[in-house]
Every structure is written in C-alpha cells, then in structure tokens.
Design a binder for this molecule. Structure first.
Ligand SMILES: [Zn+2]
Length: 356
C-alpha cells in the first residue's frame, strides 16, 4: 500500500555503535535479507551482492496480530538462513506507514502496527539491528540500485497504486530529511489546476490526510476511477478503464487523457524542484504503457524553460523490478553493510551534472 506519509529515514534499532549486538555482517557471508511486510502477505528475499535472488518465500500476514507478525518475520528470516546455511544476515524491512522520531510506526494500513516500535521489536526478535523504510522508499532504493534508475545520480520513484507515494535517492542514498518527509509529493496539491479540476476538488471528499485536492486523490487508482465516474456515471476500476481505453472506448480514453495531463503537471512540479535524472513509475497504474509516451510530451509545457524551449532530459521509465521492488529495496537498506555490493558501482556511468 502506498500513500501513507511520511517517508522516514531507515529506522535502526539498536544503534550499531551503541549496542553489544554483533554487526549483521560481522560473521556472515555477504547476503542481504529483505522483508516486505504487507497487509495481506509477508515476503522475504535473500540477495547476493550482485542483486541475484538466492531465496524467496511469501506467507500470509497474521491479520491484526502484532506479536504474531513479529514472530512470522523472525521465522521467515530463520528459515532463509537455515536453508542457505547462513549466519546472521542483515535484515531490512519495508512497511506500510513509517516510523516517528521515537521509532513508533504510524499511518500503516495494517493498523495493528501503528504506535508500535517495529524496528525495535524486530531487532529484539532477530537479535540484530533492523532497518525499516516505507514501501515507496524501498521502490526508490531498489530501482536506483539495480533497477530502471541504476547509474543515475538522482532518482525520483513513484508508486501509482491504491495510494500515491514517492521516494528520492541521491547518489545511491535514500533521502529522508529531518521530518522524514522527502518524497511525500502525493500530499501536495495538484499544480496548475484547470476548471475541471477545480470543480472536482469542490465536490470530492477530502484526502485522508485532511487536505483537499492532494495529488494522491487524482493519481491513485481510486482517484482515476472517481474521475471516470464523475464524467461518465460508470463505476469502473482503474484496471477496467485501462482495458476499455486500449480497445478504443472513447470515454475511457478521455479519462486517461485527463489522467496523463494531471500526471504530467504533477511531475513537472517535481522536475522544477528536484530535476531528477530519472523518474521511475511503479504500482499498478504504471502498467499503462501510454503513460511513458504521453506524459513526457505533456510535461514540456509545464517544466520551467525561461522562454527558451529545450528538450527535457529527465527520463520517465517503468520500474524494472515491478512488484519485487519493495522486498528488494528492503534488502538494500543495508547495502552499505554488504561488502562489495554491486562492485561495478564505482565504475558506473553517473549522470550527475552530465550535459548531454
Ligand atoms: Zn493528502
């Protein structure tokens, strides 16, 4: 799930320097475990330093049971290490919601996690420090490390799904910020609103965050469905709208055209602020091929040009790892602790400052 603010820096418990627990990699081969803690399933992966998946399993989330959730994660990690004959590996966890400064999870749609010191408790359960980050940040880290944004200095990665979230990676490092808010673009208002947007904002329910007109309320799957219903009276899912548009259905095509214009404006805002080399689209709506073609054509009109039109060099791409980016990014939360991870990194072509 996405759209649950804010994106905190990876939380750590305990501080490796302040605690007697051994560093996860101190006695272990260089393997990184990632756990994607979702509302319906918990998935774990073991990556080698080159990003190859060595082991992967998925189990159902014990709904509404915090203690059982902790023990399920611990059991998955133990099983992975036993199957591969590994000692204590690093463990990163992707979660809905994020941690407060005090380490308490908030805004998780799996509500039994809210108010809980998840990284702390998982650290105790696993006997090692654990880092956690929200799913959009995991997507960004995954795609910037060895996905569609690999080699780019600044990557902005977006989840367009049930909600809208985003993460920012600069020079391979996840950006958090003093408020843990870096990337919370989904709760900015839609920029350059037109009259259709304005009338919709007036009639639409407020965003769950309390504001009206948030980007998430337009660009999420439910937002797309609501816009289609408002214009046509048809109650279709985002997936159905995409399928109908692909077969030439005019109302569905018009809905996607409105969606593309809104996404282009929202991303032009990001380009004006951050000027990323690559914008990665993930989440269910990123499966719409037409976005990758149409949105860059449309954002040209909104990216600041100072009166001199130049091609926008930011690339818009689809996530390479798709649904796997959450669990892979969680594993890469400890990338700095995996010896020789992605050894070609230092030699990779970096786009930073490149004037091509
Ligand atoms: Zn909002």
């Amino acid at each position: 799930m996405t759209g649950y603010p804010p994106n905190a820096e990876p939380a750590r418990y305990p501080s490796p320097a302040a605690h007697a627990l051994p560093s996860p990699q101190a006695q272990a081969p260089a393997r990184a475990i990632g756990v994607d803690l979702g509302g319906t399933k918990i998935e774990a992966i073991v990556l080698d330093p080159h990003g190859a998946s060595l082991w992967r399993q998925r189990v159902a989330t014990p709904a509404g049971d915090y203690a059982a959730t902790l023990s399920t994660v611990a059991a998955l990690v133990a099983r992975a290490e036993a199957d591969l004959g590994l000692a204590a590996c690093s463990v990163g966890v992707g979660t809905p919601g994020t941690a407060t400064r005090e380490g308490l999870l908030k805004n998780a749609n799996s509500t039994c996690l809210n108010g809980r010191p998840l990284a702390h408790d998982l650290g105790l359960a696993l006997g090692r420090p654990v880092r956690i980050a929200n799913d959009a940040n995991c997507l960004a880290l995954s795609e910037a490390t060895d996905g569609a944004g690999a080699g780019a200095a600044v990557v902005f990665a977006v989840i367009l799904g049930t909600g809208v979230g985003a993460g920012i990676v600069v020079d391979g490092q996840l950006l958090g910020g003093p408020n843990g808010l870096a990337g919370e673009w989904g709760h900015n208002p839609l920029p350059w609103a037109d009259t259709d947007d304005a009338s919709s904002i007036a009639s639409a329910p407020p965003c769950y965050c309390g504001q009206r007109g948030c980007i998430e309320t337009w660009l999420s799957g439910p937002g797309l469905a609501r816009d289609h219903a408002r214009h046509t009276g048809e109650a279709l899912t985002a997936q159905q709208i995409g399928q109908r548009a692909a077969t030439g259905d005019a109302p569905a095509d018009a809905t996607l055209q409105r969606y593309e214009r809104r996404l282009a404006r929202a991303l032009a805002h990001v380009i004006n602020l951050l000027d990323p080399h690559v914008i990665v689209l993930g989440g269910g709506l990123s499966g719409l091929d037409r976005l990758l073609v149409n949105v860059p054509r449309l954002w040209d009109d909104f990216v600041f040009s100072g009166g001199v039109k130049e091609p926008v060099r930011t690339r818009l791409v689809r996530s390479l790892h798709g649904d796997s980016s959450g669990v892979r990014g969680a594993a890469w939360l400890w990338r700095d602790a995996v010896p020789d991870a992605l050894p070609d990194e230092r030699g990779a072509v970096r786009e930073r400052g490149r004037q091509s």
